[in-house]
Design a protein around this ligand. Structure first.
Ligand code: ARG
Length: 459
């Protein structure tokens, strides 16, 4: 039976039920709804609405329901209740009769659902925090195992300057650490409790809102009842965190798809994260990586969808807001799975150090070095850039690397070039010369690796 039947003479249409009912998806809030209900039962007992004995009976039954929910034994599919809140109330009434009918005193589903969803978001932020840390750990361990590998670094997908593979991996560590930071900012900001705000205006019962907030692990109560029941910023922020982090995973996936291509051949991926072709027996496709890239679409979509839903909603609660849930549930689930599959992919990577180094040597990635060498001999950088460019053109013509050109050819472009140019053009030398903070030289990369490891030991 509906929670609000008294004022109605006719029943709801089947199509209305289909559009209106949220139990098929908001049942994932069962435990949060039950926890919120325990806190509420204590609050109304303290306010003298129910006796201590009644409260303890309610709490016991609510705890039994939590146990059933955790065991997956609440049969939502068989229920005709409208949403998780009606479901819980019906379950209480079934077990406790009139006492079950007392719990909703002074409460509305509006402050109730706002509390449930905050509890759910807060809990999932913690899980996602752990997932992100696991990806960081995999990247750090892959960087450490392959500390010596040098590969081409790219701009415009053109070989630009050589970098260490570890430097590449640690770039993603930086991104994921920012994702973690965003999650923790959001958790701090959202940790206020709406319960006690009623439908929109607050409640007349003598409820200690600070006490409910503390019991449910919130820092404080929400300060304005109109805002409390209709604020979904924290859902939007979580969707933004998910979107930004998925964007990072997708960029990483794109890099790895390229590194894994037949053309680059820098890495090989494990069988456990790839699949074959039904037609072409030789194929081993990077499906996990393509899906990391592909799943961004729906996650970004959920962020956009909720922004549009919230835009222009008048204060306070409107049923439109029920549309906040499916998107965030899906986004969090996708993000979680993508983080975990990233761990599997990264752990499975085998580098071909030889191919990486060869590719880094080819493609004139040391042309900047030649220009810098000339700068060291007193040539202004702009002229040095021009000379190095001409040398590249000649080398290209002859199908050679810069360092394969004889000294007399190089001297044809600048008399300042001497025998000492050759060591400067060597791969390791030019990589390790970038020992500036944040650079790809062995020293800063080792330092960054140490920093990442000590960060991990504290998380
Ligand atoms: N299922 C609703 C939601 O998710 C619960 C709140 C309903 N409140 C109301 N006044 N109809 O938003």
């Amino acid at each position: 039976m509906a929670l609000w039947g008294g004022r109605f003479q006719g029943g709801s249409s089947a199509m209305f039920r289909q559009v209106n009912d949220s139990l098929p998806f908001d049942n994932v809030l069962a435990v949060q709804d039950l926890q919120g209900s325990i806190a509420w039962s204590r609050a109304i007992a303290r306010a003298g609405v129910i006796s201590a004995a009644e409260q303890s009976q309610l709490e016991q039954t609510l705890n039994e329901l939590i146990a059933l929910a955790n065991e997956g034994k609440l049969d939502f599919a068989a229920s005709t209740e409208e949403d998780i809140h009606s479901f819980v109330e019906a379950a209480l009434i079934e077990r406790l009769g009139d006492l079950g009918r007392k719990l909703h005193t002074g409460r509305s589903r509006n402050d109730q659902v706002a509390t449930d969803l905050r509890l759910w978001v807060r809990e999932h932020c913690e899980h996602l925090n752990q997932d992100l840390t696991r990806v960081i750990a995999s990247l750090v361990s892959s960087a450490e195992t392959n500390q010596q590998v040098i590969m081409p670094g790219y701009t415009h997908l053109q070989r630009a300057q050589p970098v260490r593979y570890a430097h590449w991996a640690l770039a993603y560590v930086e991104m994921l650490k920012r994702d973690l930071g965003r999650l923790s900012d959001l958790t701090k900001r959202m940790n206020q409790c709406p319960l006690g705000c009623g439908a929109l205006a607050g409640t007349t019962y003598d409820i200690d809102r600070q006490e409910i907030a503390t019991e449910l692990g919130f820092d404080s109560p929400c300060l304005n009842s109109l805002d409390a029941v209709s604020d979904r910023d924290y859902v939007l922020e979580l969707l933004f965190c998910a979107s930004t982090s998925m964007m990072h995973l997708s960029r990483m996936a794109e890099d790895l798809i390229f590194f894994n291509s037949g053309e680059a051949g820098f890495i090989r991926l494990g069988d456990q994260v790839t699949s074959g072709s039904s037609l072409m027996p030789q194929k081993k496709n990077p499906d996990a990586l393509e899906l990391l890239r592909g799943k961004c679409g729906r996650v970004f979509g959920h962020l956009q969808a909720l922004l549009v839903t919230m835009k222009g909603l008048p204060l306070a609660y409107n049923k439109d807001m029920q549309e906040d849930k499916e998107g965030v549930f899906d986004a969090v689930n996708q993000w979680h799975c993508c983080l975990l599959i990233s761990v599997e992919v990264i752990d499975s990577i085998k580098l071909d150090a030889e191919r990486c180094a060869r590719a880094a040597r080819e493609g004139y990635a040391n042309a900047t070095e030649l220009a810098d060498y000339l700068v060291g001999k007193g040539t202004p950088f702009r002229s040095a850039h021009d000379i190095a460019g001409q040398v590249v053109l000649t080398a290209l013509d002859q199908g050679k690397a810069i360092e394969q050109l004889p000294l007399e050819t190089l001297k044809g472009y600048s008399e300042l070039i001497e025998e000492d140019v050759y060591p400067v053009l060597q791969l390791e030398y030019l990589v390790d010369k970038r020992h500036i903070l944040g650079g790809t030289g062995a020293k800063p990369v080792n330092k960054a690796l140490d920093a990442a490891k000590s960060w991990l030991s504290q998380h």
